[in-house]
Write a protein that binds this ligand. Structure first.
Ligand code: FAD
Length: 489
């Protein structure tokens, strides 16, 4: 039994790897247990949306990720309705970065390890018990480990969620989709013409050139089947013929898979010392490309709160704000994917609604509303009454040192102060203070949480102190004596 671990994370997918890195910012001792010996190699192309790109920028990770992806316009995400990017997206990162999921996972895992997280592959969490002091985790080979918290980032079929007995209500999959990489026996122009014709009414459906002579093929599976069994080449040929009238001569598959459209949300994200994040907490069809983004954003919300709990400065209810903030966000994503599913149906009613929405999206405000939803830039946590910016993400504005996000690399809170007369003394071990009358803000001061959300707006020291206590715990007299320990020039 080890008792030198603060947090065990089950699962080294994007959510688990991001969470491990976030916890390491605060010197939390983290062990990630991953059941697979190797990272998954199947190439689900995934887009990092605006908010995830912002988070990567906030931790100085974007430069590492950008060379591996392709920038595309922030457009056409909602039910794949083709529209140009809306005007006035308020972000320095207003694009989609197309990047294969295995690459993101590898980069995040490397980043977590560089920060000092331990990752043990080929180790599956099989059971656990929790008590007042911590959690005893049993692996599938019988080894037992002890930690203070256990986080289930173990995907849609989460063992942790099931063992915890947390309900996962929602809708089962009603139709599956086949997805794979195959070679074809038909000229590219012929494929493109047929795909354009069939794609008008059948969704999701595409054959897209993928390099090295392969095509990425997506076609409705024509029902629901046992996903434990991977689909076969014959399944693809049959479904392509049924949908497009031709199987395009597909052959030589590199990999074949199937995914469903189940939509479910965990009833609770926390039970004592065990919490859930990412697909372990919510699943939905991949329309709009939101699942990975949502999981990474869960990790960003949870990381600093759990670290605060472990470091001993968390206000009593801080850890519970994780569920209070993230559960409604996931519920909204589930709802927008339900709407997109309906709009993708070939039935005449949904097709008519799709045509109507397509017209409405010519209004820039409608288009922007939908893009902001999918890219998670519209998220506003409920921090109580206040100006519209309160609870929202702070964009990467210009400050005298350069870019605001560069000041958030260490995962600490930040007071951006145009008045130059406030102080964070008492909290300077947790919160930085940047006094900058030139900052591109239209309010006097903002207090940012480590996840970049605006926790306070104002110019009154006492009011600020109250909010520092609310988010960052009790003032530390030693920090107060040290005066401007968190001041940044
Ligand atoms: C076809 C398709 C396309 C998609 N496209 C997009 C997209 O464009 N954009 C987007 O944002 N999302 C997309 N998604 C969704 C995205 O892939 C998932 O939301 C994302 O992988 C969730 O990350 P996660 O880390 O929470 O879970 P996972 O990626 O499932 O990772 C969980 C990890 O836990 C491990 N594990 C499981 N059980 C245990 C155990 N008992 N002990 C230890 N380890 C365990 C697994 O091996 C796995 O490595 C798509 C999904 C599909 C199916």
């Amino acid at each position: 039994m080890h008792d030198d671990i603060d947090v065990i994370i089950a699962g080294c997918g994007p959510t688990g790897a991001m969470l491990a890195a976030e916890l390491r910012l605060h010197d939390v001792r983290v062990l990630v247990l991953e059941k697979d010996t190797e990272p998954a190699s199947y190439v689900r192309i995934v887009g990092l949306h605006i908010r995830s790109l912002e988070l990567m920028a906030m931790r100085g990770l974007l430069d590492r990720i950008l060379p591996h992806g392709r920038r595309r316009p922030a457009a056409g995400f909602f039910a794949a309705i083709p529209k140009p990017a809306p005007k006035g997206l308020d972000s320095a990162y207003a694009y989609l970065l197309g990047i294969p999921q295995p690459v993101i996972v590898r980069l995040l895992e490397e980043h977590a390890i560089e920060r000092g997280a331990q990752v043990r592959r080929g180790r599956a969490v099989a059971a656990f018990e929790q008590d007042d002091e911590g959690v005893t985790v049993e692996l599938s080979d019988g080894e037992r480990l002890r930690s203070r918290y256990l986080i289930g980032c173990d995907g849609a079929r989460s063992t942790v969620r099931k063992l915890l007995g947390v309900g996962f209500p929602g809708e089962p999959s009603r139709s599956d989709t086949l997805m794979g990489e195959l070679k074809t026996g038909v000229p590219p122009e012929e494929i493109a013409a047929k795909v354009a014709e069939v794609g008008e009414t059948h969704r999701p459906f595409w054959l897209r050139p993928f390099g090295e002579g392969f095509y990425s093929v997506v076609v409705p599976a024509g029902g629901v089947s046992d996903r434990a069994e991977p689909p076969t080449l014959e399944d693809f040929q049959r479904q392509l013929r049924a949908v497009a009238g031709t199987d395009f001569g597909v052959h030589s598959p590199r990999w074949l898979s199937r995914f469903g459209n189940a939509t479910r949300l965990a009833e609770r994200y926390r039970a004592g010392r065990v919490l859930l994040a990412g697909d372990a907490a919510h699943i939905h069809p991949p329309l709009g490309g939101q699942g990975l983004n949502l999981g990474v954003q869960d990790a960003f919300n949870l990381g600093w709160k759990l670290a605060a709990q472990i470091r001993g400065w968390a206000p009593e209810t801080l850890l519970d704000t994780y569920q209070a903030e993230r559960h409604p966000v996931a519920a909204d994503v589930l709802d927008n994917t339900r709407a997109q599913m309906e709009l993708s149906s070939a039935e005449p009613g949904p097709q008519a609604v799709r045509r109507l929405l397509t017209e409405l999206m010519d209004f820039d405000e409608v288009n922007r509303h939908l893009i902001e939803k999918i890219t998670a830039t519209a998220v506003r946590y409920d921090f109580g009454e206040g100006p519209d910016l309160l609870g929202r993400r702070m964009p990467d504005i210009d400050v005298k040192q350069g870019h605001l996000y560069d000041l958030l690399h260490h995962g600490r809170g930040l007071l951006l102060d145009r008045t130059e007369r406030l102080t964070v003394a008492g909290w300077s071990d947790r919160v930085d203070h940047v006094a900058d009358p030139t900052a591109a803000l239209d309010v006097p001061c903002v207090l940012l949480r480590p996840d970049g959300h605006v926790a306070w707006i104002g110019d009154d020291q006492q009011d600020l102190n109250d909010h520092l206590s609310r988010w960052f715990g009790e003032a530390d007299l030693l920090c107060a004596d040290a005066g401007a320990g968190g001041e940044r020039e």
